[in-house]
Structure formats: structure tokens, C-alpha cells
Design a protein around this ligand. Structure first.
Ligand code: CMC
Length: 430
């Protein structure tokens, strides 16, 4: 039953009325803003399991029903009918664009793809085996050393140019990281190509040959970027909001988000899934790995399974699973051992009591790596691909946060469990 307020009575009998805010969808939230002032206590919720950190109009998830909406539109409809640039516009500006709006946005993204040449030289300084996520977060952070005209976060007039620049340049930076790893020369962007075609061109073209864009690969990447574009207050988005709440420049805030995404519990899971499938190797070994995942004394988890919010199928995983079939077939792959192994693992895990009881279903990262691999993208680049898609979500949240008149610096409180006050002891007495 929905209520307008909750009353909390402390041990001394003093009561505080806590207002309840109602969203358009999802559970109501209790506003605890005056709790400390009136009751002298904080709330405690490590990992923010039951805490809303902000108001947002962008994305809605119903984890029990497996629903994901971007600005109210179901992900299935966007995956079926839209493209990444249109979805990016929707997330950023709140509405689907009309034709002139879409054309203007697309042109702006296409014409901001080049990097300052000085930034390209950074890549010479990285070790040959640097992880591409390390390069991505470093180079995106360094954009604040180049694009000074978009550093005043209080000037909304600069937000569009920052947005278009970062969306346009992310694929160029990612491709430069890939080329360093591959030991190949950097390939400059081509603005006559669309977003994903240009990415494939920068990834796979070499000066010695003419590169033919693989349309199936470009469409598959476009769909993956739509599915990854936003996911409300996840770890990396919350990191962007938290870093940005201090007034830090937006490039630094996005670089912080990239760093958060890298972790294996978050975007790094797509790379971890592939490595896990390689380690499992054969369907006969699956029971051994499932047993390890259930063993509390073993830190191993089934990567690509489980989600903080989805306690049902992740709708993105359902779309990607279907897409795996299509992409592999269209690429002429009849022998698909990695995909077959993933299907077998999914089947066994979904029948297992432990996974049923804990509502652990495959998430977005379980199948995406199989597609990336089929497209020839190296395993260490998988999380970079996720970052390219998610950047628009980070930017949409940063823009929403920075223009919110109620913005305050994010500054959580704590339950202190260290020593009580004690005196300094001089070295000769220790
Ligand atoms: N394998 C085995 N057990 C698991 C798994 C798993 N993949 N995920 C959760 N559990 C168990 C966990 O041990 C715990 O058991 P118990 O209640 O007995 O202690 C219970 O399920 C709840 O797990 P939790 O860690 O408290 O849940 P969480 O909401 O804090 O974590 C998660 C969510 C996604 C980090 C976690 O499910 C996980 O580590 N999954 C594997 C990594 C992964 O695939 N991450 C990608 C997430 S989706 C894309 C993204 O966010 O970027």
C-alpha cells in the first residue's frame, strides 16, 4: 500500500515524519533528509541496496518483471526499430528526434571524430601490453587538457559540444588503443561512414589493403550499443554522478565512470565470461564449475550470471542471445563451440536449485562476448565496447545532474568502527 509519509519514533519517544516521494513508475521513496537533524542517526545501506541516490527521468528498470525503458520506451522496441544514434538522442534530449533533428545530431557526431594529434602521441607512452581500458580512461581523462572551452560546467551552452565531442571521439580513442595492442598503424576516422561502420574501419583497416565494411558486423555492434546505452544508477553511472557532483569537469567524471566499469562485477564481466568459457573448455566440465560457483569457500562465481536489480531474465540478455544465433549464422559460422558451451552452461545453471533460489539469470554480459569474438574483436577490448555504448548514458546522467537546481555534492556518511579517541605515543615509548 502506498503511503504519503512514514513516522519514525526514536528510543526517546521523539517522532519524525518522513515524507514519501512518488515516481511515475517503481517503488515510492522515503525522504530521510531530516533524519539526522531530528533523530541524530544515519541510515546504513552498504552497496545502496535500498537507497535511491537521485531523481532521474532517463531510464526505468523493473527487475522483477525484466523491464527496461529508455525515456519510457521499451528496450525491445528500440532494439527492433531504432539505431544507436537515434537512441543516443532520445537518452540525451528526452524525445525521439524528428528528421532534421536527427540529421543535425548525426552530422555533428560525424564531424567531431578526430583527436587532437597531441592526444594520439600519448599512445606511444603506453606499454605494448597495456590493457585497453587503462588507455581509455587515461586518454578520456586527458581530454580535459585539450578541450578547455567545455570545462565550465555551469555554462549549459557548452554541454552539447562536450557531449558531441565525447560521443564522437570515444570510438577513435578505442580504436587507437586496439591498434597499439595489435602493433598496427593508427587509422584515421572516416566521416562518410556511420558510427559503427567508422568504428570497424578504424579497428580493422590497414594501409596495405582496402577494407570492406562488414554490414552485418556494423548492425550487430549498433544493436549492442543500444542495449548498453544506459542502465539507470549502476556503479559506473553513479560514479560519474558522484565525481561530477563536486563540479569536476565532465571529461574527468566520464574517465572515473570508465574506471568503475572495468571491474569484473560490472562491465569487466564480458571479458571474464569469455575467459571463464575458455577455462571450462568442454560441456563435460560444466558441473565442476557450477559446483565451484555454489561453494562459499571458493571465490569463483559464474560470470555473466546474477544482477543487483534483475531477479528475472535480463531483457538485454534475451535480445543478445537471439542475436548470437543470427550473427553467427550470417557470418557463416556453423561450428560455434563457444556459443554451444554458453547455451549448455545456461541450461544447467537455470535448472540448479542454488541459481533458482537466488534468482540468478544470465545478464547482458553473458552473451555479448561471443558476438564480439565472432566479429574479430579481441577479448581485452570487450569492456571498451561496453564503454563506447554506455558513454551516452553517462553523459545523459551527468547533464541531468549538473543542471538540477537541487544539486548538492555527493557526500555519504558512515558507521565508524575504528578506535575511540586515544593519545599519540612518542616513538621512544612504543
Ligand atoms: N555465481 C554464483 N553465485 C552468485 C553469483 C554468481 N554469478 N551472483 C550472485 N551470487 C550469489 C552470492 O554469492 C550471494 O549468495 P548468498 O546470499 O548466499 O551470500 C547471492 O547470490 C546474492 O549475491 P550478491 O553478490 O549479494 O548480489 P549483488 O547484487 O551484490 O551482486 C552481481 C550482483 C552482478 C555483482 C553478482 O551477481 C555477480 O558478481 N555476478 C557475476 C559478475 C557479473 O556477471 N557482472 C555483470 C553484471 S550485469 C552488467 C553490469 O552491471 O555491468
Amino acid at each position: 500500500m502506498s503511503k504519503d509519509a512514514y513516522t519514525l519514533t526514536g528510543p526517546d519517544g521523539k517522532s519524525t515524519t518522513l515524507p514519501v516521494h512518488k515516481g511515475t513508475l517503481g517503488p515510492d521513496v522515503i525522504d530521510i533528509g531530516k533524519l539526522y537533524k531530528e533523530q541524530g542517526v544515519f541510515t546504513f545501506d552498504p552497496g545502496y541496496v535500498a537507497t535511491g541516490s537521485c531523481k532521474s527521468d532517463i531510464t526505468f528498470i523493473d527487475g522483477d518483471e525484466g523491464v527496461l525503458l529508455y525515456r519510457g520506451i521499451p528496450i525491445e522496441q528500440l532494439a527492433q526499430n531504432s539505431n544507436f544514434i537515434e537512441v543516443a538522442y532520445l537518452l540525451l534530449y528526452g524525445e525521439l528526434p524528428n528528421k532534421p533533428q536527427l540529421d543535425a545530431f548525426d552530422t555533428s557526431i560525424r564531424t567531431h571524430t578526430m583527436l587532437n594529434e597531441g592526444m594520439l602521441r600519448f599512445f606511444n607512452g603506453f606499454r605494448y601490453d597495456a590493457h585497453p581500458m587503462a588507455m581509455l580512461s587515461a586518454v578520456v581523462g586527458s581530454m580535459s587538457a585539450y578541450y578547455h572551452d567545455t570545462m565550465d560546467v555551469n555554462d549549459p551552452g557548452t554541454h552539447d559540444i562536450f557531449t558531441h565531442r565525447i560521443l564522437a571521439k570515444l570510438p577513435t580513442i578505442a580504436a587507437a588503443a586496439h591498434k597499439l595492442t595489435a602493433g598496427q598503424p593508427f587509422v584515421y576516422p572516416r566521416n562518410d561512414l556511420n558510427y559503427t561502420e567508422n568504428l570497424l574501419h578504424m579497428f580493422f583497416a590497414v594501409p596495405a589493403e582496402t577494407y570492406q565494411i562488414n554490414k552485418i558486423a556494423a548492425q550487430a555492434l549498433d544493436l549492442l550499443f543500444i542495449l548498453h546505452a544506459d542502465h539507470e544508477q549502476n556503479c559506473s553511472t553513479s560514479t560519474v554522478r558522484m565525481a561530477g557532483s563536486s563540479g569536476a569537469n565532465p571529461y574527468s567524471a566520464i574517465a572515473a565512470g570508465i574506471a568503475a566499469l572495468w571491474g569484473p562485477a560490472h562491465g569487466g564481466a564480458n571479458e571474464a565470461v569469455l575467459r571463464m568459457l575458455e577455462e571450462i573448455g568442454d560441456a563435460r566440465n560444466i558441473p565442476k564449475f557450477v559446483a565451484r560457483a555454489k561453494d562459499k569457500s571458493d571465490s569463483f562465481r559464474l560470470m555473466g550470471f546474477g544482477h543487483r536489480v534483475y531477479k528475472n531474465f535480463d531483457p538485454r540478455a534475451t535480445i543478445i542471445r537471439e542475436m548470437c544465433h543470427k550473427v553467427l549464422a550470417q557470418m557463416g559460422r556453423t561450428d560455434t563451440p563457444m556459443f554451444d558451451l554458453a547455451l549448455a552452461l545456461e541450461e544447467i545453471a537455470l535448472k540448479d536449485e542454488y541459481f533458482i533460489e537466488k534468482n540468478l539469470y544470465p545478464n547482458v554480459d553473458f552473451y555479448s562476448g561471443i558476438i564480439y569474438k565472432a566479429l574479430g574483436i579481441p577479448t581485452s577490448m570487450f569492456t571498451v565496447m561496453f564503454a563506447i555504448g554506455r558513454t551516452v548514458g553517462w553523459v545523459a546522467h551527468w547533464r541531468e545532474m549538473i543542471t538540477d537546481p537541487a544539486l548538492r555534492i555527493s557526500r555519504p556518511r558512515q558507521l565508524y568502527t575504528g578506535p575511540v579517541q586515544r593519545n599519540y605515543v612518542h616513538l621512544n615509548k612504543r
